[in-house]
Write a new protein. Structure first.
Length: 552
């Protein structure tokens, strides 16, 4: 008899809800969770290939310690006890000699990040960093500078939009199932998609209009759009009067940036630019100037992302049906927040971050994500202090950080490289120790909060037993901590302990996930009142075009 297991895909970082059919402790079939609106059973090709990953016999199957030079591929198979003891002993020596801050932990943000951050606080290191600055850090800063919210706290109402403009947001290839389904539904109802890219992508082929732009000149296009929108008074006057601060300064700033000027910069005819401004304005506020996803392409990204958000502000589409919205969490749904282990009391950490993020060097970068671009520099120059150990968990610094050769050379200087991975990635191959994680079908993880217009909770459940001698990262990290006498910060034995802890204040039990694999925290759509109720987190409580954060 096949058993149904509701879980969360992890063939890519998007994490779509899935239903897994299991027979005799083996996965027979994976599909999208049919109960989730917008997913409706759908899955992408990569998600279906989860079966192949499960049966892959070329992935790391047991803990390994390096025996030859770094990257030589010479390993010895060891027990978990040996591997964990080895890592803990090395860390003890490094921390004793150089302090907790000499250990850095790089990870792609994931469901157990609150546990990794707990580990770092417990050892006295400020140096947990994520992929964010490699992916969308400038977008994060742009949103904070204008509204006080990070990009992660903003959502896109694809399903109700009437007009959406995408700048290299190659959504039909860099997939996310639910947004795509919602967007396709909107397009069937008549929504227009305008796509701007130097390259004809699949998304371009699905667009109503495709504008081929010269690379790196989107900012010029946007200044001309803003110029036109202000000159022709195409903006949402009521909204702008109520919520936008600094319109005069903006107007003066964009004065020279005419469509004709932008045509010379971008290669897009001036008449097309004017048409775009007029068409978008006619659909307002159900219009989206998509602010992008990956935003680390060009040096002017921060200003480009700000200009995109400003276009939405002028359309009155921030906190509008069919536009953008601030994601509402459990609290907005009248619940308590999800609990995180990182909220415990830890000894105070005095050292600054290794990557300058949030202080003197990069004062406006988000210090809760850090700045991996500084990793090689910090190691090589011992600036601001020696960095001696790297733990890479679900993170591939040798491919994701620019100038891989420099990173590799810098890593040579480390006393310890640990990879917690499911593959022989480049960093795993270069590590001193591989601690193999069980893949997402073989493990359960911390619960997921999906904030949005209707906040929900999701659960990754274990579908089958691990094929090999692998463990979940939440257990691996605790077991290293125990060997450093820091076990008290990890008061759990099983995943159920973690779930129960997380749910303490939510008014939800684990059993509530059984029927559909997720829990809806409200059936209301939580949009704020556009007249009175938008809670911008800037000093003025408005969208600040002249940003106090940027000025500081
Ligand atoms: N299949 C798959 N899906 C994924 C991921 C994955 O690895 N694989 N990764 C996920 C992640 S982490 C992210 S960040 C997103 C990324 O999602 P996207 O940012 O949508 O994806 P990219 O494929 O990087 O597409 C960037 C597009 O920008 C265009 N481009 C380059 N320079 C310019 C320019 O100057 N102006 C304009 N207008 N366009 C330009 C490129 O030609 C390309 O088509 O995808 C997510 N989804
Ligand atoms: N040249 C170049 N650089 C880029 C980009 C680009 O397009 N081109 N894109 C940028 C962007 S948008 C991003 S988001 C970053 C992405 O950079 P990373 O966050 O480093 O992402 P991935 O390449 O997905 O690598 C993730 C690692 O996680 C491992 N992994 C996968 N699943 C699991 C799991 O369940 N458990 C564990 N423990 N490990 C797992 C994989 O084997 C891999 O080694 O790269 C950025 N850098
Ligand atoms: S986009 Fe595809 S691979 Fe990524 S989580 Fe969703 S189903 Fe899985
Ligand atoms: Mo990304």
């Amino acid at each position: 008899m096949a058993k149904e297991v509701y879980s969360i895909c992890f063939m890519c970082t998007v994490r779509c809800p899935i239903r897994v059919l299991v027979e005799n402790d083996d996965v027979k079939w994976i599909e999208g969770n049919p109960h989730v609106p917008g997913i409706d059973g759908a899955l992408c090709a990569k998600g279906s290939a989860g079966l192949a990953l499960l049966h892959d016999d070329q992935r790391p199957q047991y803990p390994m310690i390096r025996t030859g030079p770094r990257g030589s591929g010479e390993w010895k198979k060891v027990s978990w006890n040996e591997a964990l003891d080895y890592v803990a002993d090395k860390l003890k020596g490094i921390i004793k000699e150089h302090g907790g801050q000499s250990v850095v932990f790089g990870e792609r943000t994931n469901l157990n990040t609150h546990i990794s951050k707990t580990f770092m606080k417990a050892i006295g290191s400020p140096n947990h960093f994520t992929h964010d600055a490699l992916c969308k850090g400038s977008l994060n800063t742009a949103w904070r500078s204008l509204t006080g919210f990070t990009d992660a706290q903003v959502g896109v109402d694809y399903g109700n939009t009437k007009y959406i403009v995408m700048y290299g947001r190659n959504i039909f290839e860099a997939l996310e199932i639910k947004p795509i389904n919602n967007l396709l539904n909107a397009m069937e109802k008549g929504a227009k998609l305008i796509y701007i890219d130097p390259r004809i992508s699949i998304t371009a082929t699905k667009a109503d209009r495709y504008l081929m732009i010269r690379p790196g000149t989107d900012l010029a296009l946007n200044y001309a759009l803003i110029h036109t929108i202000l000159k022709e008074r195409l903006y949402d006057m009521q909204y702008v009067r109520r919520w936008v601060k600094g319109l005069k300064e903006l107007q003066a700033f964009v004065e020279p940036y005419t469509p004709e000027w932008a045509e010379a910069e971008t290669g897009i005819p001036a008449a097309e630019i004017v048409t775009l401004a007029r068409e978008a304005a006619a659909a307002k506020p159900a219009v989206i100037f998509h602010y992008g996803y990956r935003s680390a392409h060009h040096p002017n990204e921060i200003h480009l992302r700000r200009s995109l958000i400003i276009l939405n502000a002028l359309m009155g589409s921030i906190e509008a049906k069919g536009g953008l919205f601030f994601k509402k969490g459990p609290k907005a749904a009248g619940r308590g927040d999800i609990r995180k282990y990182v909220e415990q009391e830890f000894p105070k950490i005095k050292a600054p971050r290794f990557d300058g993020s949030g202080h003197d060097q990069f004062p406006i970068a988000d210090a809760s994500h850090g700045n991996p671009q500084m990793l090689a520099h910090a190691i090589v120059n011992e600036d601001p202090y020696p960095v001696r150990a790297l733990i890479a968990n679900r993170f591939e610094p040798l491919q994701s950080i620019p100038d891989a050769a420099a990173t590799r050379k810098a890593l040579d200087k480390l006393d310890l490289i640990v990879a917690i991975d499911i593959n022989f990635s480049e960093i795993a191959w270069y590590a001193d120790v591989i601690l193999p994680e069980s893949i997402y079908l073989e493990r359960a993880d911390s619960l997921q909060v999906i904030s949005g217009l209707k906040p929900q909770l999701y659960r990754r459940q274990q579908a089958v037993s691990p094929r090999y001698d692998t463990r979940p990262a939440w257990l691996i990290i605790k077991q290293i901590a125990q060997r450093l006498d820091l076990g008290k910060y990890f008061p759990y034995e099983t995943i159920e302990d973690i779930w129960n802890f997380q749910l303490q204040d939510m008014g939800v039990t684990i059993e509530d996930f059984d029927a559909k694999g997720f829990v809806a925290l409200t059936d209301q759509t939580l949009l704020w009142d556009r007249e009175k109720g938008i809670k911008f987190k800037t000093p003025s409580g408005k969208i600040e075009l002249v940003s106090a954060l940027m000025e500081s």
